[in-house]
Design a protein around this ligand. Structure first.
Ligand SMILES: *Cc1c(COP(=O)(O)O)cnc(C)c1O
Length: 825
């Protein structure tokens, strides 16, 4: 039941030994395999001393993994005792299909890496009875969606029960006096528990039973109920879990995207009830411990509900409506915006790559009026991927990744990639070929199955036995199919692509996969177009669209593809993680410089497709970028792959593979990402939580009062006058300028503000660049007028400028821009 087997090959080997054929037919699902293996076989294995020894080893290994102190245990007492991590989807293994794409896989990798590092995280999500959907294709290439119902009793999860054995039942109030009930299933992800709420239980009326039917389906009403269950029910499930297991209640709540925003509302409600705080006071305490991660730069990707719907659902919830609604306020007064609520409820927020952080600061800047984009308090932590899940075993075993002790076994702790330099090129190349050949086998199996499911007869599918070639350059393209990802960009010039596929000297082959959202007919048309192209008997042995993209298929693609193609419309890919998984296996990326690739493309780990960002005509932009892809393939990728030495080894290609493993590998790790979250966000958030909670939440009360007071007086705050002395007419580098500012602070005290001198280079339009800020000291006052001073060094030649700005100051602010107010000279 512990899902650590999903990233621990030795444990999977052991399950396979139970019955190799059964293991195959069960799709590598140990719960199913154990349920179906015969009693005779089990009895025989119980008497097999070698098997029993291996079993004991696996058990010991797991117990040691669960018990020994890890990285997190070396942190001091300031690290939070428990962190709750909320997400609408979790992709841990194909056996637990509770994800639609990158967001869920990322959440799964976050839990696994947290487990490896010993981070005391608890995941919170929903158990969807049909997952997202399973994808098929009709004869004419149209996506078919199937919703097979999962039986939770056949999944590697356990029901959360009270000490008396009865199931824990969580309730969430609905309008018209109805109540939504849910069971809580617990999945064990190594050291990390994942709680999944399930509404398909007898206590519910038929309509409520369907709340957790499937991921991202249904209308607004349905989505809102799901999100209420996730957020409100999620907090209640956490409370029940922590008290049932004696776990410390979370000090930090991390919302992975906006879907779980109501967790903050529930925690506000709890504090108002248990400690008599007002909504505003409770908000201070809740924000202090909340981390919000935004994942989309696509406005259409943001969850928004009609305000009227929120009013209806929260009328009897127990928080004042006139305080709740402003949390989700946005440009459109009739809408309630979950991302905006996430940002208002989270004192700390981040995007998922440097570029996405920048785009998010621009996209959400209206929440912090008065500040430049660069000052908007949204940082970035670039996503990562879980190496033990995604790296081909062969590569690990040959020593591309080693632990600090030098073990080349599956690595859970800190990973080193220097070992890759000791591997001879011939060996590295042989392994890459082996992985490509395994992908080819898998592709053949799948295209045969797909052809049969689309109506072909057995006699007609013989060609699949020899389709694809283990020695041909293999390119992968797999991802969800929203329009910005441009699935069909490569079909822009079909004749040119065909020529590349069929080139007699240096051909390429393409494996394509991806699901379209069931309601997105545009996406389904793109898939249909792709399938029609790949159906052509002339090229079908070199290009295939494989239905059913999931973790189980993705693995083969990341292991076996030589090149990972990604051509989103920049900058709409927030990060992208599939290319990282390819890189961990020595795959070279061929990608638009978007998301993570903008940050870590280094000239030797692949190729950057030049973007036509400035071209506003989409059709023209597609034309330019598609042509760039063909040219790169023709002039750089293909020659390098097929340029081999006497031994048949493409030396320069192998060097790029080696470089990618050594240099890109360590950057893309989920353990790097989770460490960043711990250090930059979780530890500071725990500090803020504790500070707010001292003396029965006294600081939350004073902080709320102070903020209201400050904002009330802010429109009268003014920088009345600034004078500079010391620079003279021809300032010299190394000299200083003394600044003195007169600031009006009616109703406020100097301690309520930070007055800053900001200086830097001035452009022709009087804009300030490369700004440095220094705090100014309070010199004296005359009533509500105050004088502040600072000395500013002249460190640069050229036009120099300065200004003075007044910002709110409190020890409880995580960022001076937090309140969205500033007064500038
Ligand atoms: C990694 C992964 C994704 C996300 O890939 P992107 O590059 O972010 O689109 C989606 N689905 C599966 C199965 C994956 O493994």
């Amino acid at each position: 039941m512990n899902l650590r087997w999903s990233w621990h090959a030795e444990t999977r080997d052991l399950f396979e030994t139970l019955d190799p054929d059964l293991w195959q037919s069960c799709g590598g699902d140990p719960v199913r395999a154990l349920g179906e293996v015969s009693a005779e076989r089990l009895a025989a294995l119980a008497g097999d001393r070698r098997f029993v020894r291996r079993l004991t080893d696996a058990v010991d290994d797991l117990e040691e993994y669960l018990a020994t102190p890890r990285w997190y245990q070396s942190l001091g007492a300031e690290a939070p005792a428990t962190i709750a991590y909320f997400s609408a989807e979790f992709g841990i293994t194909e056996v637990l299909p509770q994800y639609s794409g990158g967001l869920g896989i990322l959440a799964g990798d976050h839990l696994k890496a947290a487990s490896d590092l010993g981070v005391p995280l608890i995941g919170v999500g929903l158990l969807y009875r049909a997952g997202y959907f399973s994808q098929g294709l009709s004869a004419d290439g149209w996506q078919l969606e199937h919703y097979p119902s999962l039986d939770p009793h056949g999944l590697p999860i356990k029901l959360l029960r009270h000490a008396d054995g009865s199931a824990v039942v969580i309730t969430v109030p609905l309008p018209e006096g109805r109540t939504l009930h849910a069971h809580v299933w617990r999945a064990q992800v190594g050291r990390v528990s994942l709680l999944l709420l399930d509404s398909d239980i007898e206590e519910n009326a038929p309509a409520e039973r369907l709340v957790t039917d499937r991921l991202y389906g249904g209308d607004e009403d349905h989505r809102l109920r799901q999100e209420m269950l996730l957020g409100i029910g999620g907090v209640r499930a956490l409370r029940a879990y922590c008290s049932a297991t004696g776990t410390a209640q979370p000090e930090v709540f991390h919302a992975n995207e906006g879907h779980a925003g109501f967790q903050g509302v529930e925690r506000i409600r709890e504090l108002t009830e248990a400690h008599g705080l007002t909504f505003a006071e409770a908000l201070q305490a809740v924000r202090a411990g909340t981390v919000f991660t935004t994942h989309t730069p696509v406005p259409a990707g943001i969850d928004r509900f009609p305000k009227a719907l929120i009013e209806r659902y929260f009328a009897g919830f127990g928080v004042p409506m006139d305080q709740l609604l402003p949390l989700g306020a946005e440009e459109d007064p009739s809408k309630f915006n979950m991302a905006h609520m996430g940002l208002r409820l989270g004192q700390r927020a981040n995007g998922v790559s440097e570029l996405h952080g920048h785009v998010s600061r621009g996209m959400f800047r209206d929440l912090w009026p008065g500040f430049d984009e660069g000052d908007v308090p949204i940082g970035s932590i670039t996503n990562g991927v879980h190496a033990p899940t995604w790296t081909a075993r062969e590569l690990v075993e040959m020593g591309t990744q080693t632990s600090s002790q030098g073990d080349s076994v599956y690595v859970d702790g800190p990973v080193h990639f220097d070992g890759v330099d000791r591997i001879p090129a011939a060996e590295l190349w042989a392994t890459r070929r082996q992985l490509r050949a395994r992908l080819v086998d898998e592709v053949r199996r799948r295209i045969r199955e797909t052809a049969l499911s689309r109506g072909a007869t057995v006699a007609e599918v013989g060609w699949t036995d020899t389709a694809f070639d283990p020695d041909v350059l293999t390119i992968g393209f797999a991802r969800r199919v929203p329009s910005y990802k441009r699935l069909t960009l490569m079909l822009r010039d079909p004749e040119r692509l065909k020529a590349l596929l069929l080139d007699p000297e240096r051909p390429l082959q393409l494996v394509i996969a991806g699901k379209s959202h069931p309601a997105d007919d545009g996406g389904k048309k793109l898939i249909q177009q792709m399938v029609a192209f790949a159906d052509d008997p002339e090229i079908r042995h070199r290009i295939a669209f494989l239905p059913g993209y999931d973790i189980g298929m993705a693995r083969y693609l990341y292991w076996g593809c030589d090149v990972w193609l990604n051509n989103p419309l920049r900058p709409l890919e927030a990060c992208g993680t599939s290319g990282m998984k390819a890189a961990l296996n020595g795959g070279l990326n061929l990608s638009i410089r978007d998301g993570w690739w903008d940050e870590w493309f280094d000239g030797q780990n692949g190729w950057a497709i030049p973007t036509a960002d400035g071209v506003s005509d989409h059709d023209r932009r597609d034309e330019v970028e598609a042509r760039a892809i063909y040219e790169l393939l023709d002039n750089q990728v293909l020659p390098r792959f097929y340029e081999t030495d006497r031994d048949g080894i493409p030396g320069r290609w192998v060097e790029m593979v080696r470089h990618t493993l050594r240099e890109t590998g360590p950057k893309v790790l989920a353990t790097r990402m989770v460490r960043d979250y711990v250090q930059a966000l979780y530890v500071p958030a725990a500090g803020s939580t504790r500070a707010m909670a001292t003396d029965g939440y006294a600081p939350a009360r004073t902080e709320a009062a102070w903020r209201a007071h400050l904002l009330h007086h802010w429109h009268d705050v003014r920088v009345a006058h600034v004078e500079a002395t010391g620079a003279g007419d021809t300032p010299e580098i190394g000299s200083t300028v003394a600044l003195r500012a007169e600031v009006e602070l009616p109703g406020l005290e100097p301690a309520d503000v930070e007055v800053q001198a900001a200086y830097g280079r001035v452009d022709d339009a009087d804009g300030l660049h490369e700004v440095t800020t220094v705090p100014m000291a309070h010199e004296h006052r005359d009533g509500s007028r105050h004088w502040f001073t600072a000395t500013v060094p002249l460190e640069r030649t050229g036009a120099f400028g300065y200004t003075v700005r007044v910002l709110p100051h409190s020890e409880y602010l995580a960022d001076p821009a937090e309140l969205g107010v500033v007064s500038t000279a």
